[in-house]
Design a protein around this ligand. Structure first.
Ligand code: AHG
Ligand code: MN
Ligand code: MN
Ligand code: MN
Length: 333
């Protein structure tokens, strides 16, 4: 069988007119940065990369050393290539401008450099999430306003998952494609074309310790799942929660399911727990491209017009029929 690498895949996408030369370079650079992050993640205690960095980010979270390292790797890798107008990161408060001595390009890159930070120190799967927008035409450096585009405007989105194997999962607007890192060769190999989220599922993912804080529609939905065969659904559901969004969404993309981080009393004031620009939007694009659905419980995530870089939103995504049910429960409440 012909072995196709990410590089070949991207060249073919360019030939098909789906990605520009600059977007291809961008995705190559992001993939290379993810390889470097993966190396650091896998060294763990040997490289002294575990534990706290001793600083807080703009979200008020204590940064882990790997949050900081992964952020630096992505910023440095992407600064000099000439494909970007600016970047934004979970770990950086404002827009990261391209240093003046490098050429600038037409794309905006957003990322969650290290997703699932609470799992770093216990040697459980973490990831990197990224989203790409076009920089709107205009003069001068991009501003926060330049990034305020709905997720439906994303030209590419994806994540790297650092698990038992390292994978890159990518969409450029035509299906979702998975690549597995061949560590000896140092290249991502195309292993799963056109991932699809099965329409029906018997598996859900939610942090159930927040149950008492959820809104009524979510309490109703989860209670019905937990009643199993005896309840209104008439079947038993299984539950999984890794607490790394990348791992939980990867499971949904691989074998179906529903993933939820809904609004609750703890995160209501902030609008939700997960971040729109570099968590919810890229994952929503991937899930929709794979035939699933993604809403806040009330509206389609990709339709939201952002109002700030670190905006948070409730997230309900995965198998279409389940997401539609949860959304209907919210809308009839
Ligand atoms: P991050 O590590 O990038 O800050 O993201 C953490 C997020 C997400 O990965 C996960 O779904 C969620 O936080 C887990 O939240 P709980 O700790 O409440 O389970
Ligand atoms: Mn964080
Ligand atoms: Mn995250
Ligand atoms: Mn993170």
């Amino acid at each position: 069988m012909r072995r196709v690498t990410l590089t070949q895949f991207l060249i073919e996408q360019q030939r098909a007119g789906r990605v520009s030369a600059d977007l291809r370079l961008l995705l190559e650079v992001v993939a290379r940065a993810c390889k470097a992050i993966g190396v650091n993640v896998s060294k763990g205690a040997l490289a002294g990369v575990l534990g706290e960095a001793g600083t807080d980010n703009v979200q008020g979270e204590a940064q882990k050393k790997l949050d900081v390292i992964a952020n630096e790797i992505l910023l440095q890798a992407n600064e000099w290539g000439g494909h970007l107008a600016a970047m934004a990161s979970e770990e950086v408060e404002t827009v990261h401008q391209i240093p003046f001595d490098f050429p600038k390009g037409g794309y905006l890159l957003m990322f969650d450099p290290l997703d699932g930070s609470s799992n770093i120190d216990i040697n459980v799967t973490v990831g990197t999430i990224f989203s790409v927008l076009r920089n709107p035409e205009g003069e001068g450096d991009p501003t926060e306003e330049s990034f305020m585009q709905p997720g439906s405007e994303q030209v590419a989105a994806g994540y790297a998952i650092y698990g038992p194997s390292t994978q890159l999962v990518l969409t450029v607007g035509k299906g979702v494609h998975a690549f597995t890192l061949d560590r000896e060769m140092g290249s991502f190999v195309y292993t799963t074309p056109y991932m699809t989220v099965p329409e029906e599922t018997r598996e859900y993912a939610i942090n159930a310790s927040n149950a008492r804080h959820w809104e009524a529609p979510v309490q109703r939905y989860i209670a019905e799942l937990q009643e199993g065969k005896a309840g209104p659904r008439g079947v038993d559901f299984n539950m999984r929660w890794v607490a790394s969004m990348v791992a939980d969404v990867h499971r949904v993309l691989t074998r179906g399911g529903i993933f939820m981080y809904p609004l609750d009393e703890k995160c209501r004031a902030q609008g939700g727990k997960l971040r729109l620009m570099y968590e919810a939007n890229p994952m929503a694009m991937l899930i929709e491209q794979a035939g699933g659905a993604a809403t806040t419980g009330r509206e389609r995530i990709l339709d939201i017009k952002p109002s700030k870089l670190h905006q948070r939103v409730p997230v309900v995504l995965g198998s279409k029929s389940e997401v539609e049910r949860v959304t209907a429960y919210h809308l009839e409440a």
